[in-house]
Design a protein around this ligand. Structure first.
Ligand code: PRT
Ligand code: MG
Length: 216
């Protein structure tokens, strides 16, 4: 059996990945959400977890610093996917990529008139592709968080952000006006590792695959 490193991020990705790890017989020896350790040993001496920012998971896997990882489709689209296989949609950490505006902003009229739209987002690539496909002219403003604030203080007309319950939009007098795509987290694998460590990785893929919630 080869040594395997799995890159995860704290919070919802880790929490939703625990059942998949368990299905593969892997149990973390510390709780990453409580611990400050960045490298977490597991009950299997050959398997370790590394805890990185959600947006950094594809980078660690791309360069082979981790063999496997779990990352949201939102993050993978911005990363581009170079050097990665994305064999499984784990159907976890689900949400929707949406366009949202202030409750008092007439998005339909803006689209209809072909007026230029200022859009603030962390997801510049996804937003650019979306509006280009619609033939809309947009000025994109890159932000790293709290996108919901941008339309409230006049930084942008609209945001492109993830929505799950909708309560963040609601609390800030914003409304979703367009769905760009449904989002869920994927298992990603370093392309070279999949070949070189196939004997170890293949059974992991099978265990993860069998643990994907049915009928979703
Ligand atoms: O938080 P941090 O800056 O460290 O990084 P991150 O936001 O990239 O990580 P994390 O752990 O928050 O998100 C990891 C992954 O979870 C994302 O890449 C998505 O694929 C997925 N996911 C699922 C979500 C959400 N649901 C979600 N609701 N990521 C973020 N949100 C945010 C959203 O951006 C918005 O600010 O939650 C807010 C909206 O939630 P509702 O429930 O109010 O609609
Ligand atoms: Mg977050």
């Amino acid at each position: 059996m080869s040594d395997i490193t799995i890159a995860l991020s704290k919070g919802r990705i880790y929490e939703d990945t625990v059942p998949f790890l368990k299905a593969a017989g892997i149990v973390a020896q510390d709780d990453p959400d409580a611990s400050r350790k960045l490298i977490i040993a597991t009950n299997q001496p050959q398997v370790r977890l590394i805890m990185v920012r959600a947006t950094d998971v594809p980078t660690y896997v791309q360069y082979g610093a981790a063999d496997l990882g779990v990352a949201g489709k939102d993050v993978l689209l911005e990363h581009g996917g170079a050097g990665l296989y994305q064999p499984l949609d784990l159907k976890i950490a689900r949400c929707r990529m949406m366009v949202a505006v202030r409750n008092d902003f007439d998005y339909a009229a803006t689209v209809f008139q072909g007026a230029r739209l200022r859009v603030a987002t962390k997801y510049v690539k996804t937003a650019r592709d979306h509006f280009a496909a619609k033939g809309m002219h947009v000025d994109l403003i890159k932000l790293y968080g709290s996108m919901e604030l941008a339309p409230l203080v006049g930084l942008a007309d609209a945001i492109v952000d993830l929505v799950s319950t909708g309560s963040t939009l609601k609390a800030n007098q914003l409304q979703a006006v367009e769905e760009i795509m449904p989002i869920s987290a994927r298992l990603i694998v370093n392309q070279a590792a999949l070949k070189l460590k196939n004997n170890t990785i293949q059974p992991l893929l099978e265990a993860f695959s069998a643990a994907i919630p049915a009928n979703l």
